[in-house]
Design a binder for this molecule. Structure first.
Ligand code: GLU
Length: 576
């Protein structure tokens, strides 16, 4: 009885306590806004991502919207008829996924794909501008698979911003206008000549200029099909048929890409490659990209030296970074190919003792010149160096959603305007030119030789970095062909060793050495170091190094983002 009298009082007290707790949580939730951020190569794309995040979408949802818009406004760099790699960090479960949406070689491709009638590797331009260079696109399947796991909003909703822009038109961005004006063959290509040029009264074609309005109804139609039918809308039916038709009837060197190749395509979820660097854990994509392994080799070698003590961008730090890059690029050229076809010695390449031994070969007073690849087993001598003249275009974007989930995605049609073929309002990739043109070198097989169904070796290096407690610290990546790896390494070193904020790290004058010359960014302060670098024996080459780093860092003050000043992009943030 006593109990029954006490019980109502106790329940009232408990109820009051519960109400107070609920109120406190609600107020706390309100006083700490949940911030989201998008950093991409185009304000249109960043805004599309932000629109999706504002609607409560996840980082993956936003990535799909960003990619769909980039395909329209930065078609020279990436698109739905291309390939991509996406790192995704799910904050609640603390899991990191590495999605491989790389293109595959058609089933009818042979190792001789890029050999001329004389048996020698073809020149790059004729190989690129052809039906032969087009691989089975992987972006849409990868996005679909990632959306199934991490999507919150409806698939169809994610295409709305891009459909709107394609129908209403967008202002041609500066980089697109420059790419059109500079392109040697676009003007002669079917479809592209009508899309990227205007017919003047005298019958000549004039390249579209910056700021002119461009609409792409064909792309809007493609997007509507994908929005309605999901991945099948791209890999089956009229969209796939249009792509196959453009490839098989290409005006020069038609390719064999077929509907069977589309039907067979699978995106692959791989184990990310991660390694410690100083107090951080750096994670990236495993092969078929060389990006992650080579980046982690560079950092693993440099970990043996005090880059902070050497000072930012001094002769000594530039020398040591360049030498570490030579060593890592030497391994890259020999050992990395599609892991489903060749055995990449990943563990041995990232072994700390091995990297220390490589670091010990660096001489502070003299460049090593050309680095030789390391040897991991008696079997290694069978590999020859790849002959892959990759070009620079591509795009990278980083996204953090309001729940702290992260996407770091690098996406590409390979060279500017890919194969220069268009279908469904999209540029078709020329990613197969990332294979070695020569299947053998000095009588030895090449790990990155063409084979049916194989993925060409990439350099794309999307990164997500964590602190010692496993908390998200940074998402970053860049375009730049094989230079991507050096760009990303330098940005990470600037952030970690030189404690620069992300804007500074991204804007820093670029330099890198891909085991050849020491490339220095023209027109920047780093030019001052050239005489002393030359004294160390470096062959220095001044050139444009148009990185396109787009990153987001978690700082004690909150999220901080940066868009590379060398490109047209921006950072958009907001909160829920
Ligand atoms: N096709 C290159 C790759 O996959 C990227 C080219 C670029 O960055 O422009 O690594």
């Amino acid at each position: 009885m006593k109990l029954t009298r006490i019980a109502p009082a106790a329940s009232i007290a408990a109820l009051v306590l519960l109400l107070v707790a609920v109120l406190a949580v609600a107020l706390a939730g309100r006083s700490v806004p949940r911030v989201f951020m998008v950093a991409s190569a185009s304000p249109y794309a960043s805004e599309a991502g932000a629109e999706i995040l504002r609607a409560g979408g996840s980082a993956v949802d936003a990535a799909i919207a960003v990619q769909a818009v980039l395909s329209l406004v930065e078609p020279e760099s990436s698109g739905l008829a291309g390939g991509a790699f996406m790192l995704h960090y799910a904050r609640r479960s603390r899991t990191l996924d590495a999605w491989d949406g790389r293109e595959t070689a058609p089933m009818k491709a042979t190792p001789e794909l890029f050999l001329g009638p004389d048996g020698k590797p073809m020149d790059f331009l004729p190989a690129m501008v052809s039906g032969r260079s087009v691989g089975t696109p992987g972006v849409v399947k990868m996005m679909w698979d990632a959306h199934r796991e991490h999507g919150v909003l409806d698939w169809a909703q994610l295409f709305e911003p891009a459909i709107r822009l394609a129908e209403d038109g967008f202002a041609v961005p500066p980089k697109l206008a420059q790419a059109i004006a500079r392109d040697p063959v676009l003007k002669q290509m079917p479809v592209a000549q009508d899309y990227f040029y205007r017919l003047a009264e005298d019958g000549t074609r004039r390249p579209l200029g910056e700021g002119e309005t461009l609409k792409n109804p064909a792309y809007a139609a493609t997007l509507k099909i994908i929005a309605e039918k999901g991945w099948r809308g791209f890999y089956e039916g009229e969209v796939a048929e249009a792509i196959v038709d453009a490839v098989q009837n290409a005006p020069s060197r038609p390719g064999t890409l077929s509907l069977e190749d589309f039907a067979a395509y699978e995106a692959v979820k791989r184990e990310p490659v991660c390694a410690p660097y100083r107090e951080y854990r750096i994670c990236s994509m495993p092969p078929p990209t060389s990006g992650g392994l080579t980046l982690l080799q560079i950092l693993g070698i440099l970990e043996n030296y005090d880059l902070a003590g050497m000072g930012p961008m001094t002769v000594t730090s530039v020398h040591f970074i360049a030498e570490a890059e030579k060593l890592a690029y030497a391994d890259r050229d020999f050992y990395i190919g599609d892991p489903d076809f060749v055995d990449v010695p990943m563990g041995a390449m990232l072994d700390r003792t091995y990297l220390k031994a490589r670091a010990n070969t660096i001489d502070a007073s003299r460049t090593m010149g050309k680095a030789a690849p390391g040897r991991f087993s008696s079997d290694d001598a069978r590999w020859g160096a790849a002959v892959s003249p990759e070009r620079a275009s591509t795009t990278h974007f980083s996204i953090v959603d309001a729940n702290g989930n992260v996407v770091s995605m690098t996406s590409s049609v390979e060279g500017p305007f890919g194969a220069h073929l268009m279908a469904g309002g999209m540029i078709l990739n020329n990613q197969l030119t990332d294979f070695s043109f020569a299947p053998e070198q000095d009588g030895r097989a090449v790990a990155n030789a063409v084979a049916a169904g194989k993925r060409p070796r990439s350099s794309m290096t999307p990164v997500i970095a964590f602190d010692a407690d496993g908390n998200f610290r940074m998402a970053i990546g860049s375009p730049g062909g094989p230079r991507i790896i050096g760009y990303v390494a330098q940005a990470l070193i600037a952030s970690i060793d030189w404690e620069m904020d992300i804007e500074m790290a991204v804007a820093l004058p670029r330099f890198l050495d891909r085991n050849g010359t020491l490339e220095i960014e023209q027109g920047t302060t780093i030019e001052e170091l050239i005489p002393v670098l030359a004294e160390l024996g470096h062959t220095v080459e001044l050139r444009a190094l148009p990185s396109g780093l787009h990153g987001i860092a978690a700082t004690p003050q909150g999220l901080d983002g940066a868009a590379d000043p060398r490109r047209d992009g921006n950072v958009v943030s907001g909160d829920l």
